[in-house]
Design a protein around this ligand. Sequence first.
Ligand SMILES: [Fe+2]
Length: 252
Amino acid sequence: MKEFNSSRFAVIADIHSNSDALKAVLEDISAQAIDSIVNLGDHLSGPMAAKETADLLLPLDMPSIRGNHDRWLVETPREEMNSIDGVAFDQLEDHHLTWLRNLSPSLWLSDDIFACHGTPNSDMTYWTEAVSPAGEIVLRSRDEIVSEACDIKASLLLCGHTHIPRRIDLPDGRLILNPGSVGCPGYMDDNPVHHVVETGTYAACYAVVERTKAGWMSTFRHVPYDPSRMIELAKAANHPQWVPRLATGWVS
Ligand SMILES: [Fe+2]
């Protein structure tokens, strides 16, 4: 793995097998002459192009962590997988699964940059959002967000998983940054109760982070791309419910 430039880099997450969104994001990163990328997980699960996505990612050899879906892809028996993990699994070859299996659930990119998928202790927990009993997505309280940061002594704490781009500056100066989702701008989930996450845009999302004398500067980038091939793949995989989310960022 080449040396990571911890002063200026891109943060990507939640690609979910959308290889065309990933290509658009990689081109945009390259156009800005950014040579370091960290990838926060949920790379391959989705009813589109898991193998293509893996074949793009593996040669890039970027620091990457394991999301909950990545964990399920390598830990769950095929017959017990949820349907989108199953579509992805059936496309993957042994070396793709070996790559997933070797990913760590969190990592340090430098002595002051920590990265995880959900929270430092869980790949399933939304760090900065909560789901109300009625299924609404709300901002968590500041105390709850701070308590999830534990005593991690990093000035920059990176997370993904919610697919919602978000920056939260903690009272002690630490920064939590979620770059949003490269390939899945809306989804439904039944944990802890039924809820919908919708960003309202089809665009592929990621973040650029830069160290400045005043602190971390962050920029969210929404990259337009043509989702039509991914939509056709989702339909062909018998997941028509992915059509509106890929086309618009709305679930319905
Ligand atoms: Fe996730």
